[in-house]
Design a protein around this ligand. Structure first.
Ligand code: IFM
Length: 478
């Protein structure tokens, strides 16, 4: 049954990827190591010992990938630039790195696809981590230098700029949980990283705005929707509220409202950590943006009552959760199954959470400031079954996509100013600590042959783009 989507005119249909997850060619054309190249060499850090060395070989195969995007009818492609390709060592800008992205941007524009560029999707140059990484305030100047170099090369053609992707992951998974590069497990380092990430975001918005007043500038945050498992249980309600503070509000409020939530400051102080805020920082962080990118994968029911410990990552750290990482010691909140279907990441499928999130963001944050929302990532990993010709009838991923598009449409109908949707991901790719084991692509990649095959989800997405309707009615299998 075809279900028309209620979306505004000019709605942007896109797909997203990130440099380290797809490019490969990690030592080509002067690129040096990022923290992820280093992390991949740590025994047990990444499932199967997988690395980004080849990935989807997009560095060489990008024309084929752009042709695929055109075939699907995408309006826009969200990708990231690799900082260590462009600034491979302190003070040196690598022209060959810039030229790669320049060719990609030209290829997109020739096909009528709008480039949406993200400056930081987790691949910090290792030389910068060696100087303290995101825990050191100096990183802000380095990020600015890098951003201006990328803008100098591409600003004549790229109009949509995202500073950071999911600073929650960079700060908490990278510096406190240790599940992500650089693999540190130091709560104060994570809290310092959080502040410096946001400061770097604000500074770059100011600098890019100064050189290019009509550029569209924004940030992408990852959100979850924590619900108390038992709304009548005080501990559960408190756990959900604090999860919301530490996963969502501690990022969106400084960026949009120019202040950290007091309960975040208090919770951090209670575990002996503090945001290294100096005079004037919050004005910089709160520099007005032109759009807010929203990444949403799952909602979570939480309890304040500690359950038995469950899974751990290959390096022994607790399994990644869409909550503020317990190892920061801030949030006594634990995810509990509500019996909803789950993806291969063990994330609950909760499309209604996306509708609620978009409506809330619009109502409480972005709407009053006139900032539009874009869903910059949404998607699912499932264990694909591959047919004899590489075809994949990915029923679960297709249902997930359809249900979340319907949720976006419902949010728009409820008044949220949502202007675009980017499927995560265009391609199966390197899923960080899970290596190539988890597949999020709407296009299958055979990592032996590098053959690309659009899955059923890609076909359904192409039809949605062409018709503005989705075949609602399927259910995701539990
Ligand atoms: O693959 C990641 C992406 O890099 C950032 N957002 C979440 C995705 C799925 O885990």
């Amino acid at each position: 049954m075809s279900h028309p989507l209620d979306l505004p005119g000019g709605f942007v249909w896109g797909a997203a990827t990130a440099a380290f997850q797809i490019e490969g060619a990690t030592s080509a054309d002067g690129r040096t190591d990022s923290i992820w190249d280093t992390f991949c060499r740590v025994p047990g850090a990444v499932v199967g010992g997988d690395t980004g060395e080849v990935a989807c070989d997009h560095y060489h195969r990008w024309p084929e990938d752009v042709a695929l995007m055109a075939e699907l009818g995408l309006d826009a492609y969200r990708f990231s630039t690799a900082w260590p390709r462009i600034v491979p060592e302190p003070g040196r800008i690598e022209q060959r790195g810039l030229d790669f992205y320049s060719r990609l941007v030209d290829g997109l524009l020739e096909r009528g696809i709008t480039p949406w560029l993200t400056l930081y999707h987790w691949d910090l140059p290792q030389w910068l981590e060696d100087r303290g990484g995101w825990t050191s305030r100096d990183v802000v100047d380095h990020f600015t230098e890098y951003a201006l170099a990328v803008h100098g090369a591409l600003g004549d053609r790229v109009r949509h700029w995202t500073t950071l992707n999911e600073p929650w992951c960079s700060a908490f998974l990278g510096y406190a949980g240790g599940q992500h590069a650089p693999g540190r497990q130091e709560p104060q380092a994570a809290v310092s990283a959080l502040h410096h990430l946001l400061l770097a975001h604000g500074r770059v918005v100011q600098e890019l705005r100064a050189v290019d007043p009509t550029a569209q500038l924004g940030i992408t945050l990852n959100f979850t929707v924590p619900d108390p498992v038992d709304p009548s249980d005080e501990a559960d309600v408190r756990a959900a509220a604090l999860s919301d503070t530490m996963a969502n509000r501690v990022f969106v409020e400084p960026v949009v409202l120019g202040a950290y939530p007091q309960d975040a400051i208090d919770a951090l102080a209670a575990v002996g950590t503090a945001l290294p805020v100096r005079d004037g920082d919050l004005e910089v962080i709160g520099t007005p943006i032109d759009f807010l990118g929203v990444n949403y994968y799952t909602g979570t029911a939480v309890t304040g009552h500690a359950p038995e410990p469950t899974e751990v990552m290959p390096n022994g750290a607790p399994v990644e959760r869409p909550l503020s990482n317990p190892s920061v010691g801030v949030v006594d909140a634990y995810p509990v199954s509500r019996g909803l279907p789950r993806t291969a990441m063990d994330w609950e499928v909760q499309p209604e959470g996306l509708e609620r999130l978009l409506v809330r963001l619009h109502r409480d944050y972005t709407g009053p400031a006139g900032i539009p929302l874009y869903v910059t990532e949404n998607g699912s990993a499932f264990d694909d079954e591959v047919g004899p010709d590489g075809e994949v009838d990915d029923v679960e991923r297709t249902d997930y996509l359809v249900q979340h598009l319907a949720a976006v449409s419902d949010a728009v109908a409820a008044g949220a100013d949502v202007r675009g949707y980017f499927a995560w991901s265009l391609l199966d790719n390197f899923e960080w600590a899970y290596g190539y084991e988890k597949r999020f692509g709407i296009v299958r990649v055979d990592f032996e042959t590098q053959a690309r095959t659009p899955k059923s989800s890609a076909r359904t997405y192409a039809r949605a783009i062409a018709t503005g309707a989705v075949p609602l009615g399927g259910t995701v299998r539990a």
